[in-house]
Design a binder for this molecule. Structure first.
Ligand SMILES: Nc1ncnc2c1ncn2[C@@H]1O[C@H](COP(=O)(O)OP(=O)(O)OP(=O)(O)O)[C@@H](O)[C@H]1O
Ligand SMILES: [Mg+2]
Length: 333
């Protein structure tokens, strides 16, 4: 088999992952780029850009160029991806390399075209193909899509929650909610400000979400540092699990609604695959304490969090690329 240096890319709202043929997963970074507003030059990308966010260093603008799983800022996304690919250093061979990029199932034609534009702007050598995220997640979760196996996937990312029934490398039914981890962070920030007069950074809100989620964690409270909204000075506060769970409730309800809707619309022929295979929860949001139990109560069928949920989508896309390199080529979205 000749190596083309093909890549599988999970270009997420919060995290970008790049898998390179022959080398495996080589890059996992926040989807962020910092630009020097005086000169327009790129000051930092990925984790180095993300750590500057919220801290407002002079003349630095931190951009998250994807919103709700799709390209919001074309130039910044192209710049960021170019830099990530430079870092990932795929080997260039004589054959034209493929780039398989994951997109939300609900992405419009224009949104899909913009992903192609982003890659061709700086990396015209790649033959770009797109794969629907729930299909990649299903493959990454270990479903045998080659044999037409079906399953039910919930991918809770940063910008989108994808709820989908899939079978044989295809989406059967899907709903994309433009509401996921970022919306959870914002809900916690709003609740802390309204109830405690505490202005939290996104990072602090995210930490509360991760430690307490819907269950309150071990202690039922957690400490957070923010700015007192009246005095404008830093303040340390004990934040209750109840505040966090209540803030997250509308988002969890929206996810529950989508699960219910898709479950009540699956073809009879898929029912057995779904029940036996269980609902698979992937994406970073799958780690939210209490979410799997809540979904299980709604769905009334078993729910499992996939192995390594943050890498599930790129793992599935890589599996497809590997199959293609070996000469097998299931149809794509
Ligand atoms: N332990 C955790 N508990 C709750 N949320 C978590 C946890 N770990 C990560 N997250 C959240 O998961 C989200 C990132 O997940 P992921 O990398 O799957 O998203 P993404 O692929 O970048 O976004 P999208 O698929 O929507 O474009 C963030 O909102 C992050 O805060
Ligand atoms: Mg994702």
């Amino acid at each position: 088999m000749r190596i083309r240096g093909s890549v599988a890319i999970d270009l997420g709202t919060v995290n970008t992952l790049v898998w390179v043929e022959g080398r495996g997963l080589v890059l996992e970074e926040p989807s962020a780029i910092a630009v020097d507003s005086a000169t327009g030059a790129v000051a930092a990308i990925g984790v180095a850009a993300d750590v500057l966010a919220d801290k407002e260093p002079q003349d630095i603008r931190v951009i998250y160029p994807l919103r709700d799983g799709v390209v919001a800022d074309l130039d910044a996304t192209a710049e960021m991806l170019h830099a990530f690919l430079h870092k990932a250093r795929p080997r260039n061979g004589l054959l034209r390399p493929r780039a398989l990029v994951c997109v939300p199932a609900g992405a419009t034609w224009v949104e899909r075209r913009s992903i192609l534009a982003v890659l061709s702007a700086r990396r015209p050598r790649y033959a770009v193909q797109l794969i629907d995220e729930p299909v990649a997640a299903a493959a990454g979760a270990g479903l045998d899509l080659d044999r037409g196996q079906g399953g039910f996937i919930i991918d809770v990312g940063g910008g989108t929650t994808e709820v989908a029934a899939v079978a044989g490398w295809r989406v059967v039914r899907a709903q994309s909610l433009r509401m996921a981890g970022n919306a959870m962070d914002e809900a916690i920030m709003n609740a802390a400000r309204a109830s405690l007069g505490l202005i939290l950074s996104r990072r602090a809100a995210r930490q509360l979400k991760m430690t307490m989620g819907l269950t309150g964690g071990d202690a039922g409270w957690a400490e957070a540092v923010g700015i007192d909204s009246a005095r404008r000075t830093p303040r340390v506060e004990k934040v209750s699990g109840e505040l966090v769970a209540t803030a997250l409730e509308p988002i969890v309800n929206a996810i529950a609604g989508a699960v219910h809707e898709i479950l009540s619309d699956i073809p009879a022929g898929l029912a057995e695959d779904v029940v036996r295979g269980k609902v698979r929860l992937s994406g970073g949001g799958a780690l939210l304490p209490g979410l799997a139990d809540r979904v299980e109560a709604i769905a009334e069928i078993g729910v499992v969090v996939v192995d390594d949920p943050l890498r599930c989508v790129v793992r599935g896309a890589a599996a497809l690329l590997e199959r293609r390199a070996a000469g097998d080529a299931p149809g794509l979205a």
